[in-house]
Design a protein. Structure first.
Length: 168
């Protein structure tokens, strides 16, 4: 059996997916449909307790809203990092799937490939050819800019501390 595995990414405090996670989801759903996969696995626990929901649950809701059948969705809700993504995903799909398309962000692919190959071994066919790109479209920089805007929100240029740390 064939499955697409989408790795989570820390949610915003309001429980919504970041741009980066949305890109991973869109690509994962696209591959799920393109390869007529038997299942789509959403891997991600509650890395941001302020969100009050697991990454996997948010990803599942997103996929269902885009037409993915809930019967094809497998939730892995314990992982908090890439190593546990691999370990807990393997536990869930053992003896169910032997071919996986693993989706993450492009900058994260090399490390993900290394970890998943170590955890899954040679008995699984693992594919890392597809990744969600942010940098090429400038979205990564937009995300970082928004984070900077949030940091400076409410700061007054007349604040002494602000002037001491930043040039006018």
């Amino acid at each position: 059996m064939k499955a697409v595995v989408v790795l989570g990414h820390r949610l915003m405090d309001n429980g919504h997916p970041t741009i980066e996670l949305s890109k991973r989801l869109d690509l994962g759903i696209e591959l799920f449909n393109k390869f007529d996969a038997d299942a789509i696995v959403f891997s991600g626990g509650m890395a941001n307790p302020s969100a009050g929901i697991t990454e996997a649950e948010v990803m599942s809701q997103y996929a269902i809203s885009k037409g993915t059948p809930s019967s094809k969705i497998i939730l892995e809700e314990k992982s908090l990092d890439t190593i546990s993504n691999a370990i807990f995903t393997k536990e869930l799909i053992k003896n169910k799937c032997d071919e996986l398309y693993v989706v993450t962000s492009c900058y994260h692919t090399r490390r993900t490939s290394f970890i998943f190959r170590k955890v899954f071994g040679k008995s699984y066919k693992l594919n890392f050819d597809y990744c969600a790109s942010l940098e090429e479209e400038g979205e990564f920089e937009d995300m970082k800019l928004n984070q900077a805007r949030e940091f400076f929100k409410g700061m007054n240029r007349d604040d002494v501390e602000f002037e001491e740390h930043f040039e006018a």
